[in-house]
Structure formats: C-alpha cells, structure tokens
Design a protein around this ligand. Structure first.
Ligand code: FES
Length: 314
C-alpha cells in the first residue's frame, strides 16, 4: 500500500551517457512539498512499477523536483521505462519526499560519489557551500561522458576532484580523506564495491563519521532464524505467525493490517515500524550500526526476528 501524489514531467534532458535528468512539477504549477538534501522520491512508472530516486535539484526551488536516472541494463525495467516511455507532459505518481540520508550539521564534510551516486550529494554540496562549511567532493565514474552534472560541479572549482576511472584508475580514498580526525562527516553514495572500500578506510575514523546510501540491500546472508516467529500487534493484541519465506509486511497484511510500503526491498524507509519488544534481525540498507543496536524500529518488508516474538506498534 502506498500514498501518492500526481506530478507532471516538466522537462527531460540527457545528463550524461545513459543518464536522464527529469524535472517534475505540480500539474497546477504550485508549490511542492519541501525537502532536505539526501531525500528521495518514490516514482510510480508506467505499468505500475515503483522506484526510488534521489532528489538532485535546487533544494530552494519550491516548484521543481529534479531526478537523475541511470539506465540500468541489468535492472528490473524501471529505469528503462523512464528513459524510453516517460515524456514531457506525462503525469506520474510520486510518493515522498522521504529522507533516509540526512545531512547533519558539521564544520567539515567530505563527499564521495561513484557514478549515479552523485545525485543525493549534489544538494548536499549546495547546502555545505551555502552554510560556509569546509567541504570537498571526490567524484568517480567509468569515464567523463558517463558522469552526470559535471558542468554544474565545475562552478565549485577546486572543491571538486573529478576522477574518471579510464584516466585515473580506482579512486584513492585514503589519499582523499587524509588522516582520521574528529569534526568531519563523510557522506558516500555509489556502487557496493566503492562503499565497501570506503567503510574499510573509515574503520580508523571516529564512530559515526561515515554515512552511506546504498542502492540495494546485501541479502546474500540467509536469515538468522530458519523457523517461524510470532508478531504481536500491540494496538489490537492480534498475534500473527510469520512463516519462513514470508515477510512481516505480508504476514500482517494477511491479518488485515496494511503497513504503508513502497520498495519492498529495505531501501526506501516507507515501511518503518516501531518495535516495542523483541529483537529484530535488521536486513535493510538504511539503518546505521547504532540504530540497529537500539532495536526500536524495523523495516517490515525485509527485516525479520532474532527472538521468538516481536511486539510491533501496529
Ligand atoms: S517498503 Fe521500502 S523499506 Fe520497506
């Protein structure tokens, strides 16, 4: 179950090889819901597919949202529909904005983008610049032609290091970040190997320095429990058994309780649910380690239970 508004495609342009920039506006040209850097939209595409895309436009323009969308050859068809079917004037369903990757206050920021991972970071560098924070961006990609929004980033001069792989090889993360030190926030978005590499480099930095945004959940590990567990819905006292292979989201829906959802992959944050008792097994791509340890919320589309019973605020 999702909650959607309708917006209209105002402009569609090529931002790089394989990347389109899509500008959305209200059908009446009116003001859009405010958002903050790091936010994304749920886009309902022709055919009913829902996909999440980072807002990458001017955070202070109240009448336009901009998305940068990479055509993913191995994807599930969502990006291809944007590239091939969506046209200026078309109406699309939109959920959000929602922010799982917020920019927290800091005197200094280091941003690392790989490929289309530049999109959530564009509004962040705009904000860091406006606030007068110290900041630098390291931006990698296959080659310059495939790297979106280079023209806009050119305005920031030496703050931005553009490092296409065909010219420079792999990103020198340790060299860019420098010595571990307090008072810095590092924001990274890009493919999983890049984020894995930056996590290894940042292991020596103070806790909670690094924030990452992932495009997909790493679900290579099997769930910790190989047996069903019970979910108690605190508002009614109803108890639901969650079988192996069934999500909590679907199990509670079977009991007549609909939780708002969108991606059903643990990446968008829509289905966040408060945990009142029990130990969830977090399988999302959103929470940071200290948030997982708190065990007070979970994303019921993918996360499961370590304990025999969870009590949820549903
Ligand atoms: S529906 Fe997107 S995180 Fe659960």
């Amino acid at each position: 179950m999702t909650l959607m508004n309708t917006l209209r495609v105002h402009r569609k342009s090529v931002a790089a090889d394989g990347v389109v920039a899509l500008e959305l506006a209200a059908p009446d040209g009116g003001r859009l819901t405010d958002w903050t850097p790091g936010s994304h939209l749920d886009l309902v595409l022709p055919g009913g597919l829902t996909r999440q895309y980072s807002l990458c436009g001017d955070r202070w323009d109240p009448r336009r949202y901009r998305l940068g969308i990479l055509r993913e050859p191995g994807g599930r068809g969502g990006s291809a529909r944007v590239h091939d079917e969506l046209a200026v004037g078309d109406e699309v369903g939109v959920g959000g904005p929602r922010n799982n990757f917020p920019l927290v206050p800091s005197p200094e920021y280091l941003f690392v983008a790989g490929g289309i991972g530049i999109t959530p970071l564009l509004p962040m560098v705009q904000q860091a610049e406006l606030l007068g924070a110290r900041w630098r961006l390291l931006y990698g990609g296959r080659n310059r032609a495939a790297m979106a929004f280079l023209d806009e980033l050119g305005a920031y001069g030496e703050h931005v290091e553009v490092r296409p792989q065909d010219e420079h090889g792999l990103l020198d993360l340790a060299g860019f970040l420098g010595e571990p030190r307090p008072g810095v926030k590092i924001y990274a978005c890009g493919p999983a190997p890049l984020l894995g590499a930056i996590e290894r480099v940042c292991a020596a930095w103070p806790p909670r320095t690094l924030r990452t945004e992932r495009f997909a959940v790493d679900d290579s590990a099997a769930p910790a429990r190989a047996t069903p567990f019970e979910v108690e819905l605190a508002r009614t006292g109803v108890r639901v058994t969650v079988p192996v292979g069934t999500s909590v989201l679907d199990a509670v829906a079977g009991a007549g309780v609909e939780v708002l959802s969108s991606c059903r992959q643990g990446t968008c944050g829509t289905c966040e649910t408060t945990v009142l008792a029990g130990r969830p097994e977090h399988r999302d791509a959103i929470l940071e380690d200290h948030e997982r340890a708190a065990a007070d919320c979970m994303f019921v589309c993918v996360s499961r239970s370590l304990s025999d019973r969870l009590v949820l605020d549903l």
